[in-house]
Design a protein around this ligand. Structure first.
Ligand code: G3P
Length: 221
């Protein structure tokens, strides 16, 4: 399973690269708005700086369009795809968006269809040639729907029809989300770095390490 970082923060991206835990990046307009960037030109330069950090062949970054109409989405997506070869155009799941998915498929421009909350949406995105879909697990859990169940259903249907669309599970909020996604066999999860770090924690590991060091120090120091 691939580990993507859900961030636009350069420091966090560099940290994940240093550990060796970065298969790709996803951003969205809310995440880019958190950075110290103040105009369109700076946004583009920021994206290029991120792309330059992605040295491995398979690594990519999904960048979301903000245009609302088909024409605006197309224009913006084409511009993004020319900005850097690592960029996957992230498109919202709506009528204008799915039309754009089909267009980009015909142009061989890679896409990630985002804001997926139902099996029907996932089916449409796959039929129209999305390379990735981003089902939002945490936001479904927030409204008392089971995000993990949705991902299971999508995986099941995609397998039945051999769709090439990859599931990039998003809105990951805790380590259980990551583990459940691994059990389902999704292609990738995208998560904040702190949630990935939470996979590290186990009280017995901490207690065990403390005891090993105490025993050693008592005898040899
Ligand atoms: O990038 C989209 C998604 O991962 C958002 O996550 O935590 O804002 O629901 P969250």
């Amino acid at each position: 399973m691939k580990f993507f970082l859900d961030t636009a923060n350069l420091k966090e991206i560099k940290e994940a690269i240093e550990i060796g835990l970065l298969d790709g990046i996803t951003t969205n307009p809310s995440l880019i708005a958190k950075e110290s960037i103040f105009n369109r030109e700076q946004i583009e330069n920021h994206y290029i700086s991120i792309c330059k950090l992605l040295k491995e062949k398979e690594q990519n970054i999904s960048i979301e369009v903000i245009g609302k109409t088909f024409n605006d989405i197309i224009k913006e997506g084409q511009k993004l795809s020319l900005l850097h070869p690592k960029i996957i155009v992230k498109i919202p799941m709506n009528k204008e968006g799915i039309k754009a998915l089909n267009f980009f498929y015909s142009q061989k421009i890679k896409t990630n269809c985002t804001l997926i909350f139902s099996v029907g949406q996932a089916l449409l995105a796959a039929k129209l040639g999305a390379n990735y879909i981003s089902p939002f697990i945490g936001r479904l859990d927030d409204i008392s729907y089971n995000g993990i169940e949705l991902v299971k259903e999508i995986k099941n249907i995609y397998e039945k029809y051999n769709f090439n669309t990859k599931i990039l599970a998003a809105s990951i909020r805790n380590p259980i989300h990551i583990i459940e996604c691994a059990k389902i066999g999704v292609h990738a999860i995208t998560s904040p770095l702190k949630v990935i770090y939470s996979l590290l924690d186990h009280p017995l590991t901490k207690i065990g390490l403390k005891k090993f060091l105490n025993d050693f120090n008592q005898k040899f120091l």
